[in-house]
Design a protein. Structure first.
Length: 118
């Protein structure tokens, strides 16, 4: 069982985040995926990856990864901070975690990225 601090400890900076609708969604890491369930806290769509149900990396989750703290994303999407860090590295295109924050900040100001996620 995961030990999370109380929800009052995490406040949204740019939320709330609305779950996407549909049976097939575009995941930023996996491509087109089938929705196989929903999470308990945010009712976020889940898909199967390596034998586990994981949140679909799309829409509001992408925006949250760029805007919110690692701990807040982990808490509300019910994943570990290690997974959030992997998502950040994937979205930023960086291989080194030291450069991820800067790369995501630059990406947030990219007009094409803003048009898609904001």
């Amino acid at each position: 069982m995961k030990n999370y601090p109380p929800a009052s400890k995490y406040r949204w900076v740019a939320g709330p985040y609305v779950p996407p609708a549909g049976d097939v969604l575009h995941d930023e890491m996996l491509g087109e995926v089938e929705v196989l369930g929903h999470s308990k806290k945010l009712h976020w769509p889940l898909t199967m990856y390596r034998g586990q149900l994981i949140p679909v990396l799309c829409d509001g989750l992408v925006r949250a990864i760029c805007e919110e703290t690692e701990q807040a994303v982990a808490h509300y999407w019910e994943v570990t901070t290690n997974i959030v860090n992997r998502w950040r590295m994937s979205l930023s295109g960086c291989k080194e975690s030291a450069r991820v924050h800067t790369a995501l900040a630059l990406k947030r100001y990219d007009p094409d990225f803003r048009k898609k996620y904001y």
